[in-house]
Design a protein around this ligand. Structure first.
Ligand SMILES: [Zn+2]
Length: 321
């Protein structure tokens, strides 16, 4: 039990430690995953001391001026953005009348704005939110706000679509952000959410070795049940599920197996992400090993999708009545 714990979702003060795991970048840093006894939400704990979370984003987390990853992975990311837009379009209420200025989208935690760049080219008015210390560039036509959702002065009901894509788990108060998203969303608007699935197969198999724990950047670890509960507390109602995220699911499986086998923690990620301080000498070896494991990863991802146990939890919600 953690004495200083207070759940931001339900206010309970008691939690159980599930297990201990190493940091994503430095496995010698130790963190605990704790589960709230009140609502069941799992969060990251580092004990009673202070932790400068900003320092975990300052290296080259978002990538530099150009690409974040090597070219084939950048292409997969572009395919992912296109699929994300298509899935949202399919779930929009086609009978709704757009505002006079046209369709508007907000991406909370937009990074370098690739998704918004895609939406802007489709004619949408695009807004993105990022951390105050974010120094990256976003595509032309995207309005970038360096603030939290709670601090941005935007009108209620302004947006047709709000996306929080692999971001909710990074936020200190996911409930407050979802409440703000509800305020900013039209009554018939769509909230698109993606988080790692702590209730999926990979999380269960790999435990502390699962790369999508991404400690300590991920402060929350949602399952389908705890995400639904948090949405409901924010006045949102989920109406549709996505099937998973191919690139995230394949990576989670391959890297999870490599970590479990005792290879340097998250070595494949550090190789494909690159950066000036990373030696690429071992890249062919890592790539060959990933290639060998790929058929198994594709099999796992496909079976997990069919069973509803994907490594990525995608859901679409709208304001509750
Ligand atoms: Zn709780």
């Amino acid at each position: 039990m953690s004495l200083s714990f207070r759940c931001v979702i339900c206010g309970a003060h008691e939690a159980d430690i599930l297990f201990e795991a190493g940091g994503f970048d430095d496995p010698n840093e130790r963190f605990q995953l704790r589960q709230c006894r009140g609502c069941g939400v799992v969060s990251t704990s580092w004990g009673d001391g202070e932790l400068d979370l900003g320092s975990y984003y300052s290296s080259d987390y978002y990538g530099g001026e150009g690409a974040k990853f090597i070219a084939p992975v950048e292409y997969l990311t572009w395919l992912g953005n296109r699929a994300r837009a298509k899935a949202i379009f399919e779930r929009m209420d086609r009978s709704a009348t757009p505002a006079a200025g046209g369709l508007r989208v907000l991406d909370i935690g937009c990074g370098r704005g690739h998704f918004l760049g895609f939406m802007s080219r489709q004619g949408w008015e695009c807004h993105g939110l990022e951390r105050e210390d974010f120094r990256g560039k976003v595509p032309a036509g995207v309005e970038l706000h360096l603030a939290s959702a709670e601090a941005v002065p935007l009108d209620s009901g302004y947006f047709d679509v709000i996306s929080i894509w692999h971001v909710l788990e990074h936020l200190p108060n996911p409930l407050a952000t979802l409440q703000e998203a509800r305020r900013l969303l039209r009554r018939d608007g769509v909230l698109a959410l993606a988080v790692p699935n702590f209730g999926g197969w990979q999380a269960g198999w790999f435990g502390a070795h699962w790369p999508h724990l991404d400690l300590p950047r991920h402060l929350y670890h949602f399952s389908p049940e705890t995400l639904e509960m948090t949405l409901a507390r924010a006045g949102l109602c989920s109406f549709s599920r996505g099937r998973g995220s191919f690139e995230q699911d394949l990576f989670g499986f391959i890297q999870g197996l490599m970590n479990r086998a005792g290879l340097p923690a998250n070595g494949l990620f550090h190789q494909i992400k690159g950066g000036p301080e990373v030696s690429r000498a071992a890249l062919p070896l890592w790539a060959a090993a990933a290639g060998v494991l790929s058929p198994l990863a594709i099999l796992e991802s496909t079976a997990a999708r069919l069973a509803g146990k994907s490594a990525t939890l995608i859901c679409y919600a709208r304001p509750a009545e």
